[in-house]
Design a protein around this ligand. Structure first.
Ligand code: FAD
Length: 409
């Protein structure tokens, strides 16, 4: 079932699958148990050309599409969620924001770091500003030729391992007047975690994805040159909304990781029900399990089609996937993946509950995808707002109320 993939895409998919089976699968359990970021896998990914695939050829990348990235992400996620997330964030996310809105120096900086193995960090969420991102209090004050950033972010993926940071902050000019929310690039220069002005002050004790550090960052008088402000043409005033459209690539990437985990779980379940016998026959002969398998496959195919369609929508007048398609694909794929992994685990009986099999790791890992990158509830609000013709407000003053006001204007 190629679901309309071209011969080039099928070749890439097969190459990614072979790589994942040979290099990634043997490392997955150890990455989870050790809770260590897998630098060896990063080097192998870079060597195989899976990092920075979407970077334009002019900057040393391959100029590949988001669909290419989705195909590779799924294959990695079948074996190891941490590896799949590294592929997401070295091809989508903060990188695609910089590639769309950054100046040439910023684009060359990001491309160089990613191709050398860096997984950029995107820093939006704060302790009191989660779904309501516009409540952020991290500030960037204009001083001379640059900005000085102060504030705190938490749940930042890659904290302590990422070098390139895309930091979102409220921007103030020299007079103290607020200009809006902007993005700034900062590079953590040293391998230690106390580089000047940017400190990792805590590592989260996560349920899953344990080889990928999630951490709290403190910015104390972090100096950023003005040339490192990532400024869409709309400027700071409307810039945050534009910068957030870049997040649609991250949503497609996150949905693809969830879909890949589900595909890996279904593979395991299919093999198992043919082999395990009870009541004198393989358990796959029981209709109760066959119908579960059929539902799992149906949800997986639907997820795949939605993600492919969202990935393909980039380029139709936008540098990013369509927001409606990306949101719907992430909602559906992440919720379906949780159900599919849970059902696969059920088919293994007690063995599914054991740490000796990968299913319990997959069940922990997959749980994150209805939360990170916009929760399933907030994405539903986005879909509904578009359906109703309401704009989402950039201000905090009442989500729905502001939407109504904007629609009436
Ligand atoms: P809250 O906003 O407090 O939400 C709590 C609950 O209320 C949720 O169920 C939510 O859906 C619901 N809710 C909130 N508002 C509404 C509403 N208007 N309507 C209906 N329901 C609502 N952030 C980064 O900036 N960078 C990262 O790299 C990053 N990586 C992450 C990695 C992981 C593993 C996780 C778990 C999170 C990560 N995040 C990151 C943070 C993530 O984006 C936030 O957790 C998410 O936006 C939700 O914010 P919150 O956790 O504060 O929940």
């Amino acid at each position: 079932m190629d679901l309309g993939l071209s011969s080039d895409e099928l070749v890439l998919q097969a190459r990614a699958r072979a790589f994942a089976e040979k290099v990634v699968r043997p490392r997955a359990a150890e990455i989870d148990a050790s809770e260590q970021y897998p630098w060896d896998v990063v080097s192998a990914l870079a060597e195989a050309g899976f990092l920075g695939m979407t970077i334009p050829v002019a900057y040393g990348g391959q100029g590949r599409s988001f669909l290419d990235a989705v195909l590779v992400i799924e294959e990695m996620a079948r074996c190891c969620t941490v590896t799949a997330r590294i592929v997401v964030e070295t091809n989508m996310g903060a990188l695609s924001t910089v590639m769309a809105y950054g100046n040439e120096a910023q684009q060359r900086l990001a491309a160089g770091l990613v191709l050398a193995g860096d997984k950029p960090a995107i820093c939006i969420t704060e302790p009191d500003a989660g779904s309501d991102t516009t409540a952020m209090t991290t500030r960037a004050d204009r001083r001379g030729d640059g900005y000085v950033i102060n504030g705190r972010k938490h749940w930042i993926t890659g904290a302590g391992v990422s070098r390139l940071h895309l930091i979102f902050a409220r921007v103030f000019d020299e007079t103290g007047a607020e200009l809006g929310i902007g993005g700034f690039l900062a590079v953590r220069q040293h391998s230690d975690i106390t580089a000047k002005g940017l400190r990792v002050i805590r590592r989260e004790r996560t349920m899953g994805l344990r080889g990928m550090p999630e951490g709290e960052l403190l910015f104390e008088d972090l100096e950023v040159p003005a040339s490192m402000a990532v400024l869409p043409p709309s400027g700071f005033r409307r810039g945050f909304a534009d910068l957030m459209t870049a997040y649609n690539s991250q949503r497609v990437g996150a949905g693809s990781v969830a879909m890949g985990i589900a595909a890996g779980a279904l593979d395991l379940a299919v093999a198992w029900v043919k082999q395990r016998e009870q009541f004198g026959r393989p358990i796959g002969e029981f209709q109760g399990l066959q119908w579960m398998l059929a539902d799992m496959q149906t949800q997986l195919t639907a997820s795949r089609l939605m993600l492919y369609q969202a990935a393909r929508s980039r380029g139709e007048g936008s540098a990013f996937p369509d927001p409606m398609l990306a949101a719907q694909a992430k909602i559906f794929a992440s919720e379906a993946a949780i159900r599919i992994v849970n059902d696969a685990l059920q088919m293994f009986g007690a063995r599914g509950y054991s740490r000796d099999l990968p299913l319990e790791r997959m069940a922990r890992d997959v749980r994150m995808f209805t939360i990170g990158g916009g929760t399933a509830q907030v994405l539903r609000t986005l879909v509904a707002a578009r359906l109703l013709g309401w704009k989402l407000p950039q201000t905090r003053d009442g989500y729905v109320e502001a939407s109504r006001r904007l629609a009436a204007e």
